[in-house]
Design a protein around this ligand. Structure first.
Ligand code: GLA
Length: 386
């Protein structure tokens, strides 16, 4: 990370000619609980040592100047003139500025240079890292005194309204609330959360990137959301107290099964089972039973593959290859799906073999090399210097 910090700091000084405040904003992993956040269910994410570093400073006027070190692209825009950029990365920053303005927070122009090592579009939420980092930066630079949950909500609304992706709250929440060696069980309905230690001497969290980036991910994501909403509407006719799949049990689903389109039924059943898996997985953690925990990760993958149908051939190859390595507790696709990455829990001694075997079999199946990252669970968005 030191190299990134130095490079971003130097770029900032070169472009803007002064000293910045440095902020580290992490990408996230999610151990289990996929496509549950927008159904008011449970997730179990953590922040990682893959970060976006933002070098930032406030201005006295309304001008905003941004520089992406990784893309070597520059953009400037007046605060009162914010509009969507044809480049992708500025929108994550502009969206956050837009939300702060809409919420009536008193901000001025800013200078931002950023770069990092969160794989872009790779399923570790590089976008939430940028949004969470920007929200954190504005709060700090303009002494707004907002708490982490308010920043989380502002960052999520930036993605929903400005970027136009109807994501849930998990990514930003993990980005801002992460703690070293801990994952958080978040109840996406009440936003209550509890930290669970996730630091094992002999176990590593391994993220394997398919290298596949599909636009399909966001269109199909919205289709899945819609299918879940359809399921809720069917059940509401009989039980008006139901407001989300969180209120639904498998028994209720079976009682009214004839009303359901079979695809909608499968989608909703997956969400209900996945929520239950998160709860059981947390009990496994308390018992320090990683074998049971890994098994639930595998079941989560099967559900995502067969019932929620958001996996892909590449993700399935990676999971299958991972499970052939002895010393792997569990493996599943992570994030929205269709591309991006898998997450596996791997015994320390098996990591090298994992890398070699999973790469070789992925290469054989697809002709491509997967990027394999061993990640640590680290702190959420934070100031690196003052
Ligand atoms: C994406 C979204 C999250 C969540 C996951 C699926 O990462 O941004 O809100 O819905 O997909 O669990």
């Amino acid at each position: 990370m030191d190299k990134i910090i130095q490079a971003v700091k130097a770029s900032f000084q070169e472009k803007f000619g002064r000293k910045p405040v440095l902020i580290a904003s992490p990408g996230r992993i999610n151990l289990i609980g996929e496509h549950t956040d927008y159904n008011e269910g449970f997730v179990l994410p953590g922040a990682t040592d893959r970060v976006v570093v933002l070098a930032v400073a406030a201005r006295q006027d309304e001008l905003c100047r941004f520089y992406s070190c990784d893309f070597d692209q520059y953009l400037e825009i007046e605060l009162r003139n914010l509009k969507k950029s044809p480049l992708r990365w500025p929108n994550y920053l502009l969206g956050v500025l837009d939300q702060f303005l809409k919420s009536g927070h008193r901000i001025k122009g800013v200078e931002v240079a950023f770069g990092g090592n969160v794989p872009i579009g790779g399923g570790m939420s590089s976008s939430a890292a940028l949004e969470g980092g920007m929200a954190f930066a504005l709060n700090y630079l303009f002494s707004l005194g907002l708490d982490l949950l308010s920043l989380t909500r502002l960052a999520q609304r930036a993605e929903n309204e400005f970027v136009g992706v109807r994501c849930g709250i998990m990514d930003m929440f993990a980005n801002l609330h992460g703690k070293p060696g801990r994952v958080m069980k978040l109840d996406c309905r009440s936003l209550d959360f509890e930290y669970f230690p996730f630091q094992w001497e002999n176990v590593r969290v391994v993220v394997s990137d398919t290298g596949v980036r599909r636009e399909l991910a966001s269109s199909e994501y919205n289709v899945r959301r819609h299918q879940c909403e359809q399921g809720v509407r069917i059940l509401q006719k009989y039980r008006p107290e139901i407001t989300s799949l969180r209120d639904v049990t498998l028994e209720m689903m079976l009682e009214y099964q004839s009303e359901f389109d079979p695809v909608v039924f499968k989608r909703c059943a997956y969400v209900i089972k996945e929520n239950r898996r998160v709860e059981l997985a947390c009990e496994d953690l308390l018992r320090q039973d990683l074998v049971a925990f890994g098994q639930r990760m595998n079941e989560s993958h099967q559900g995502l593959r067969d019932e929620y149908e958001v996996s892909s051939a590449e993700l399935n190859f990676l999971v299958e290859a991972a499970l052939e390595v002895s010393g792997v507790y569990g493996s599943r696709m992570m994030g929205a799906g269709f591309g991006g990455c898998t997450i596996s829990l791997v015994e320390d001694h098996a990591v090298e073999e994992f890398k070699a075997k999973v790469s070789a079999s992925y290469r054989k199946q697809t002709g491509k090399e997967p990027a394999i990252h061993v990640v640590r669970i680290e702190a959420g968005t934070r100031i690196l210097n003052v």
